[in-house]
Design a protein around this ligand. Structure first.
Ligand code: FRU
Length: 449
């Protein structure tokens, strides 16, 4: 029996839907030791269509169980992205965007509330939905809610804007039903390409020196660091009403520099000192043209986020939990060559680059390396990453450089799972990219070491 293309590229250690389309992770929450991941889902198509919330759960973040579809479209529209929270009384609520088109065919988005049981198997929509009505914004979606202890209120961050929407709005509430608009951030900060800002997250974090910061994460829909979608973040302060950027407005910080890491969200109620984030490993540029048949779309590995001090200033590092990392067979690259046991493996290698030298990494028995690490005469290192065209996928091919700072010696870590490659230098510079190789378990070579 021949394997379908989608099954050939189905990852072993990443979350996928059994059938149908997925995009953003939604409603990430850990309840009674179980991680729940909902996701944007069309159970009837492998392309983006009327959005439902699919649902999977896991105790170890390695083995995922698929559940019944959790949220279905209703009279308020389809179910766009959103979040989950647990109240002090132990109640579980989902908050999502109801999306429909108005008479003029424009996006019309409002926020809805769902009451769930603790096993997250029963979902009752709030009869007074939508709990936040649209007041005329063209972009008003993707609520991410958390409890802000200092002001004793729930805070919602969401994509916000008159038309395309390139800012994040903040609302507050004491009961999750009645919301007050507080402020808007971002119109003049960070990257403003042609796409919307989407799927925000706002996280309190402590730096190694004990100072407290707030991290605002935002998906940049198009013209991110590389063509198409990407995930940016800001380091700043949040006082319960307003987010203030601590860096100059033009600063651009990226959670991942690759083409396939989007709509990152953290799990509610888990790992307060190092939030755990999950992202959609795809890109709106070409996600509608993937060569998949039974299912389309996959999630990144979960990654803990921590603030780290670097020569360039405070940055977010991303750390794959040990249990997840340990589930990957690690290949030995000490000779510079390795034949992985299958298309699912991990490698780790210390690389030292003298000024003016370079090292190249080639996966899947490819003649041309996908990644080259180059250090210039001034000591600045960059990653050149290339990917060939595939099928009819729009702007899938790329050839661009990622600036990695003054890095002479670094630890290179790579997770490969049937075409999905998540690579990092010292856990700080990450690049996540999907490939469709002839031989997902093909040979690995590191040359120039
Ligand atoms: C981001 C996004 C969200 C929206 C969802 C629709 O990838 O565009 O803004 O809620 O996907 O599926």
């Amino acid at each position: 029996m021949s394997t379908s293309l989608s099954e050939k590229f189905r990852p072993k250690l990443h979350l996928t839907a059994k059938y149908g389309w997925i995009n953003d992770p939604n409603g990430l929450i850990c309840v009674d030791g179980v991680y729940h991941a909902f996701y944007q889902h069309d159970p009837n198509s492998i392309r983006h269509g009327p959005m439902h919330w699919g649902h999977a759960s896991s105790r170890d973040l390695v083995n995922w169980i698929q559940h019944e579809v959790a949220l279905f479209p209703d009279e308020n529209g389809t179910c766009f992205s959103g979040c989950a929270v647990e109240t002090e009384e132990g109640q579980i609520k989902l908050i999502y965007t109801s999306h429909r088109f108005d008479e003029a065919g424009r996006d019309f988005q409002q926020q809805s509330l769902v009451h769930a049981d603790r096993s997250l198997s029963k979902f009752e929509k709030e009869p007074s939905n939508p709990v936040i009505k649209n007041s005329g914004l063209g972009c008003f979606r993707d609520p991410k809610v958390f409890w802000h202890g200092e002001s004793g209120r729930w805070i919602m961050a969401l994509a916000h804007g008159a038309t395309v929407g390139q800012s994040i709005g903040f609302h507050s509430s004491v009961d999750l039903n009645n919301w007050t608009f507080e402020s808007e951030f971002g119109n003049e900060d960070g990257r403003h390409g042609s796409g919307p800002w989407e799927c925000p997250d706002l996280l309190p974090m402590v730096a190694p020196d004990g100072s407290k910061h707030w991290i605002l994460v935002a998906g940049i829909g198009d013209e991110a660091y590389a063509p198409g979608s990407g995930t940016m973040y800001f380091i700043g302060q949040f006082d319960g009403k307003t987010f203030t950027n601590s860096n100059p407005r033009e600063t651009e910080l990226w959670l991942d520099y690759g083409r396939d890491y989007y709509a990152a969200q953290s799990f509610f109620g888990a790992h307060k000192d190092a939030p755990l984030a999950l992202a959609w490993s795809n890109n709106w540029k070409y996600s509608q043209q993937t060569p998949m048949e039974e299912f389309s779309g996959l999630m990144s590995l979960p990654r803990h986020l921590r603030l780290v001090e670097t020569p360039d200033g405070l940055r977010l590092g991303s750390f794959v939990p040990d249990a997840v990392s340990g589930a990957f067979p690690t290949i030995d690259l000490s000779s510079g060559q390795a034949q992985p046991p299958s298309g699912t493996y991990r490698l780790e290698k210390t690389v030292s680059l003298a000024p003016g030298s370079q090292v190249a990494l080639s996966l899947f028995s490819a003649d041309r390396p996908q990644f080259t690490f180059l250090r210039d005469e001034n000591g600045r290192t960059r990653i050149r990453q290339v990917r060939d065209a595939y099928g009819d996928m729009n702007e899938f091919a790329h050839d661009y450089d990622i600036e990695a700072g003054d890095l002479g010696t670094f630890t290179l870590e790579v997770f490969v799972d049937n075409g999905l490659v998540e690579l990092n230098l010292d856990k700080i510079i990450w690049t996540t990219n999907v490939y469709y190789p002839d031989t997902p378990g093909g040979a690995v070579a590191l040359t120039g070491i």
